[in-house]
Design a protein around this ligand. Sequence first.
Ligand code: AMP
Length: 308
Amino acid sequence: MSLLVVGSVAFDAIETPFGKTDKIIGGAATYISLSSSYFNDKVNLVAVVGGDFPKADIALLEKHGVNTEGLQIKEDEKSFFWSGKYHNDMNSRDTLVTELNVLGTFDPQIPEGYQDCRFLMLGNLAPSVQKTVIQRLRKRPELIVMDTMNFWMEIAMSELLETIALVDVLCLNDEEARQLTGEYSLRRAAKKILEMGPKNVIIKKGEHGALLFNHHEVFFAPALPLEEVFDPTGAGDTFAGGFIGYLASRGETSFSSMKNAIIFGSAMASFCVEKFGVERIVGLSDSELDARVQEFVNLVQFQIPLEA
Ligand code: AMP
């Protein structure tokens, strides 16, 4: 199934209680496309970078089957740069720097060969750009999943609401869901988001797993309890990549397939946090992934014989 991924491809500088990085490659679409590549032979990428972005990192994406024909390179400009610092609990972080650079004027171009897109993942980007991508696809994809963050709620709320109304699944974390809706209860927040248009909403709760809601059902998937969370950057995007990657590989969009997709997304995210940046989600083997998914199955499987 054809999968299109749009989002930031960036430089990140990360500080955690375990250490600090200089500029390393990051960006929502980088994590999403690497993660979804484990489920799909071909992942089509639309993004923009500056002339400073290393060609070796573009080659790394291609090695994972990511088609970079839709990656614009603005030779005379600088790539998007984001820097963040995690608190000791690793569940919360402060954004230290957001330099939009090439993202500030990003005009997404969809190569002709991408027009057969059946699954669209709108990674974190300006909501107006996410909307333009939907408008530039001649045929509406079967499934549109959208991620966003507090940054856009603060500077582009009305565009954000317009774009949210066009998608099938909105994916955001608990703090963002509360900010978007003004509701503390995640159940109420989900209800309000569903009233905004999407038929499904995923609320990620970091090390406490993720919730999937539609108008009638709720599903919960835990996160794998790991001894050491090294760097949570990109975990949400890696989750989203596993989620849509699994669905695209099977051509499925039902709620029950989404339940499985959440487990695959969570398994991919559990790898991501084990090392800095994309290091741990590069070159994973099938057996490593299968074993990790099995750990999830074992973690939540139980049988309770109920009296009739
Ligand atoms: P996550 O940890 O899943 O929330 O995603 C972190 C990634 O999002 C980093 O690699 C950043 O480069 C990227 N990112 C942070 N802020 C933005 C933004 N405003 N727009 C697009 N991407 C962003």
